[in-house]
Design a protein around this ligand. Structure first.
Ligand SMILES: C[S@@+](CC[C@H](N)C(=O)[O-])C[C@H]1O[C@@H](n2cnc3c(N)ncnc32)[C@H](O)[C@@H]1O
Length: 420
């Protein structure tokens, strides 16, 4: 099999796993860089490409072998978004039918893709009138964003298709941003600080983490600048008892320990034992220590036996609609019904954790969702039923968008009335 065909076959399988089998792209078997780039690009534009391919089919795509449909969409991505010659892409797709156990579809694939090469300009001219197709986002999400952020809709949708920058967090207790930038430059890795984010360094182009000077020793971590707001807003100090309630894989756990500037007693909790192991691995690299516990925090009794905490971070499980530019599969995997389901879990975790907040203590409720149903409305409902809780001030909302310095994040800071 030619190299181009092999990459197309691997990418097609990855696209099928997400679009047809509803698996996260992160769970995909390891693929080479070329196949991975094709798969991610196809997932990014799937909701624009699939309707265009659909216009060329005489029968509904649902009746077609999933591998053949995924191949058509993946090859269509190559035609529109790569520099490869369209004829070469069609030939590779025809070859790929054999490896995908669909050799009898080769004539059909050839005919559909040849028409797509000729007609895609006209097809998109018609379909792109709809912003959900133009920006390849699910319609339910476009409708929700139109309500949440009407003035920013186009910007957020277009930003969702950008490649996010690789941003580092510098451990300011061990080095400085200027020193880390100089060390990166010495290895030919260009970067720049980010105004308003004191520990952030944005790389001009992505690099392998292990090539970063000081990464193995924990001086640097890879973390979006928006995620770096969590530890800054919670501001734990030495001597405090801190709960990191949904901790895995431990990005924010490490930052909390770095920022505390002294000994804190930190309990990192997650309900997923495998993911909790990644927290342990990350803390080893950072040369930091915490207590780890695998607990389901929907259970009101999960923290029984723990003394009250001075600071609590809840980085709640959510739709992740703020990080679509990094994880384009989210556009295909999330369903509208997921949002109220997440909100129920978020409310339950909030109630369990707040019950273990010390009087006068601070709890930061965080998500990487941009939907009020998982943010403001969860917190409002909680405040309405909890007289001892109060909102510290307006929540901090980071919107994703074109050229946005951060992913989309929401932070609401709550305190418990003293003496309760
Ligand atoms: C947004 S991720 C946390 C990311 C992490 N804070 C970081 O910065 O690396 C949400 C986490 O919540 C965990 N989680 C989901 N449901 C939970 C529950 N009921 N109790 C505790 N943790 C839960 C998930 O396993 C997931 O690791």
């Amino acid at each position: 099999m030619k190299e181009g065909t092999a990459a197309l076959v691997t990418a097609t399988r990855a696209v099928m796993r997400v679009a047809h089998d509803h698996h996260s792209a992160d769970d995909a078997p390891q693929a080479g860089a070329a196949a991975r780039a094709i798969a991610l690009g196809t997932l990014r534009w799937y909701l624009r490409l699939a309707p265009a391919i659909g216009q060329l089919l005489t029968r509904p795509a649902a009746g077609m072998a999933p591998a053949v449909h995924a191949l058509l969409v993946t090859a269509a991505h190559q035609v529109v978004y790569s520099r490869n010659a369209p004829e070469g892409v069609v030939d590779a797709a025809v070859d790929a039918t054999r490896a995908l156990d669909a050799p009898r579809a080769s004539g059909f694939v050839n005919a559909v893709l040849r028409r797509f090469v000729r007609e895609h300009g006209a097809l998109f001219a018609k379909l792109d009138a709809d912003p959900a197709v133009r920006h390849a986002h699910p319609r339910w999400l476009v409708d929700a964003l139109r309500k949440e952020a009407p003035g920013r809709l186009e910007d957020i949708l277009a930003g969702g298709n950008e490649r996010a920058p690789m941003t580092l967090r510098v451990d300011l207790s061990r080095t400085s941003v200027a020193a880390a930038q100089a060390a990166c430059a010495a290895r030919g890795i260009a970067s720049r600080p980010l105004a308003g984010f004191d520990a952030a360094l944005v790389l001009d182009s992505p690099a392998a983490a292990l090539d970063l000077p000081g990464f193995a020793e924990g001086l640097l971590s890879v973390q979006d600048a928006g995620a770096q707001r969590a530890a800054a807003l919670l501001a734990p100090r030495g001597g405090m008892r801190v709960l990191d309630a949904c901790a895995a894989p431990g990005g924010k756990t490490g930052h909390l320990l770095e920022i505390a500037g002294g000994d804190i007693d930190l309990l990192a909790v997650d309900s997923d034992a495998d993911r909790l192991e990644r927290v342990a691995g990350n803390l080893d690299r950072l040369q930091r220590r915490a207590r780890l516990a695998c607990l389901d925090l929907r259970d009101a009794g999960a923290l029984a036996g723990e003394a009250p905490f001075d600071r609590i971070l809840i980085d709640a499980p959510c739709s992740a609609t703020g990080v679509i530019r990094r994880h384009p599969d989210i556009k295909l995997l999330r369903r509208p019904a997921d949002i109220p389901a997440f909100a129920r879990v978020q409310g339950a975790i909030l109630a369990t954790c707040f019950a273990h907040l010390a009087p006068g203590g601070r709890l930061l409720y965080a998500t990487c969702s941009v939907l009020a149903a998982e943010n403001g409305r969860v917190v409002e409902r909680f405040l309405a039923s909890t007289p001892t809780a109060r909102l510290d001030g307006p929540p901090e909302q980071w919107w994703p968008g074109v050229g946005a310095p951060t992913d989309g994040f929401h932070y609401a800071s709550l305190t418990k009335a003293p003496g309760t």
